[in-house]
Unconditional design. Structure first.
Length: 440
């Protein structure tokens, strides 16, 4: 059960990655002592290659700096909140147009130096294999490649199986769909008209199929291959099995005749609403390992999606995460416990989102336990929406997500998409700036 931490107690953080490093710094800067456990270099993960804290696993890009891009907005909010990692990213920036790309070694090296020399932080290079038994708050930020021993303990703690694989379908901005080519209907007319269906005739299907089997793909890493479950098979790999396979799988046309004309189709692709407002749709069953460029090219062949704008691209990768909607309350805190989950393990997706969750968890700990204050971000900000997604997502099977504009309530009456996003981004920034000002 949740208890008050003893006075002058320190916070324990497991994992010195992106989320853990940000969280440690935010707490330490507020005068809270932190014990930060990092198992590398003594015990390594399958993908990290240095002993640095906050190592970037793959790309060296923290994506767009434009606030009308979801990643750009989230970064700007973090910048307004004085995030260490975003500050260091700007200090170690390398030229890459409008994206915030960094010199990866310099980035991690600088963060490691700051964390290791901070008077309030003790870095302990040790694998944690038990959940600390302490009244003080704990942040579990052990990442997508959490060590097996800890994963086992987390299953005991959460009373449920962890997810070890992540199959993500692309999400499309609802404003970019051509509705004249699709229709709303549930299969066999069962239930409400929950799905938006994009039908294909034989010729359209054959063109789509050809593009799919010839698509450019991101290779599975060796350690990922073993873990691909049948239900997570990427759409293009299903296509590789034969021209008919998709027609018995995610492109099954049965029960999806046109609701008015009764026309039958060769194939139907179903889109499902991502939120109540219907501002975003995901393509059902279309997890993929195609490159981003291939995803754009191939998925824009789907009738109705010719001008699709992607709020999130599809992917399939090794990822350890908990069933957050069942386990967490707001700000990544476990219900009835002094334990927080931050980073990929909490069900956020991506570098900047991992930083954001570590940032939020640490602020919540500081205000809740040490200042006895409630920390509630204003709605319609990126920081609010991300923590809200992981704790309240209603999907039957919870999938991690990056932050996207579909998580913000829309602004009605503006047709121009760019302008609409600009207004939504400015609304978010004004709200979060006021919030941080009042907080300090
Ligand atoms: C292979 C791979 C590539 C990725 N590439 C990208 C990308 O290009 N762009 C992007 O936006 N996102 C990417 N991601 C997703 C995600 O953004 C990163 O994984 C990000 O580093 C997650 O941050 P984190 O803080 O949750 O975990 P991490 O940064 O991985 O930090 C977790 C830390 O915990 C440590 N640890 C684990 N178990 C223990 C233990 N028992 N005791 C002590 N320490 C422990 C680990 O050594 C690690 O340092 C990738 C993920 C994977 C798996």
């Amino acid at each position: 059960m949740e208890q008050s931490p003893p006075k002058n107690s320190s916070v324990t953080i497991i994992g010195g990655g992106l989320a853990g490093s940000e969280a440690a710094f935010q707490l330490a800067e507020r005068g809270i002592k932190v014990n930060l456990f990092e198992m590398r270099p003594l015990t390594n993960t399958e993908a990290h290659s240095t002993a640095f804290l906050a190592e970037l696993l793959c790309s060296n890009s923290l994506k767009s700096m434009d606030i009308t891009n979801s990643n750009g907005l989230l970064k700007k909010e973090l910048e307004l909140g004085n995030s260490l990692l975003i500050k260091i990213a700007y200090e170690t920036k390398v030229p890459s147009g409008n994206a915030l790309s960094v010199d990866r070694d310099l980035f991690s090296q600088k963060i490691t130096e700051i964390i290791e020399t901070h008077p309030y932080i003790r870095v302990i290079r040790e694998e944690v294999s038990e959940i600390p038994d302490t009244d003080s708050p704990v942040i579990i930020a052990s990442g997508p490649l959490t060590s097996q021993k800890l994963a086992k303990k987390l299953e005991e703690l959460t009373g449920s199986q962890l997810y070890f694989f992540d199959a993500i379908s692309p999400i499309i901005d609802a404003d970019s769909i051509d509705y004249s080519k699709c229709f709303f209907k549930s299969r066999y007319g069962k239930g409400e008209d929950d799905y938006l269906n994009c039908p294909m005739n034989r010729e359209e299907y054959e063109i789509f199929y050809e593009a799919l089997i010839k698509s450019e793909r991101v290779k599975f890493k060796d350690f990922e291959k073993m873990a691909v479950y049948e239900k997570c098979i990427p759409i293009e790999e299903l296509a590789d099995r034969g021209i008919k396979t998709l027609l018995f799988g995610p492109m099954r046309p049965v029960g999806l005749e046109h609701p008015i004309s009764g026309e039958k189709y060769k194939a139907v692709i179903q889109l499902r609403k991502e939120n109540i407002e219907g501002t975003a749709y995901n393509i059902v069953g279309f997890q993929t390992k195609m490159t981003i460029e291939s995803q754009k090219k191939v998925f824009r062949l789907i009738p109705g999606l010719e001008n699709a704008e992607f709020l999130r691209f599809g992917s399939v990768h090794r990822n350890t995460y908990i069933n957050s909607p069942k386990l967490l309350e707001k700000n990544y805190k476990m219900i009835n416990k002094n334990i927080y989950f931050a980073g990929q393990i909490s069900g956020v997706e991506g570098y900047v989102e991992s930083i954001a969750s570590g940032f939020t968890a640490s602020l919540d700990i500081f205000y809740r336990y040490f200042e006895k204050k409630d920390l509630s971000y204003p709605p319609d900000t990126a920081l609010y929406s991300l923590q809200n997604y992981v704790s309240t997502c209603q999907d039957k099977s919870f999938n991690p997500s990056n932050f996207h504009f579909g998580m913000l309530s829309p602004i009605d009456g503006i047709r121009d998409k760019k302008l609409k996003k600009e207004k939504m981004a400015n609304r978010a920034l004004e709200k979060i700036a006021n919030f941080f000002e009042k907080l300090s």
